[in-house]
Design a protein around this ligand. Sequence first.
Ligand SMILES: O=C(O)C(=O)C[C@H](O)[C@H](O)COP(=O)(O)O
Length: 203
Amino acid sequence: MRAGTGPVIAVVRAPRIPDAAALCAALAEGGIGFTELTFTTPDVTTHLERAAQAGRRVGVGTVLTAEQAERGIAAGASFLVTPGCRPEVARAARAAGVPVVLGALTPTEVAHAVDLGAAAVKIFPARAFGPGYFKDLRGPYPQVPLVASGGVNAGNAAEFLRQGALAVCAGTDVVPPEAVAAGDWAEITRRARAFTAACAVRE
Ligand SMILES: O=C(O)C(=O)C[C@H](O)[C@H](O)COP(=O)(O)O
């Protein structure tokens, strides 16, 4: 995958999800095929099951422990995401053969995440250093798939991709907690469409 063509992952951090399958369908309608539900949502495993059974590509994020990793995988998560480098989560993912995206911020943490077997490294919070930081990281780490997460929106996503992120995470810009809780799927499709349209980087 070359820079600028990567997928978008919607990160859902909502207090309530009325219908996870409908939520994923609304995102897919707007061009976002990957959804990350997070452990800060109550009953996240129930939502994972519902979305996975509907055939959606759904993963689980904010995974901090091996126990959470195992529960997420059992519920149908096809990928795991952590906010920081978590060796026990990496081990559980490897044991189950499920890809894990480990969070990192500094160059040292990026190396640690790679050593732990990360399928990709999530630079979080990406807003802290901005898009130019991805260009800096790609110097020493040209082969490491970097994902921008935290503060990415329709206004800056293309720049993160242009500067070297292979994928971007869309959180509150695409899935505002209140729209999710209200089951406003039309609004979420509209936001997903605006985000993916803004990501269409042409080089
Ligand atoms: O859990 C993850 O995977 C995260 O990366 C943490 C953040 O919740 C997301 O990155 C969304 O952040 P915003 O787009 O700023 O709303």
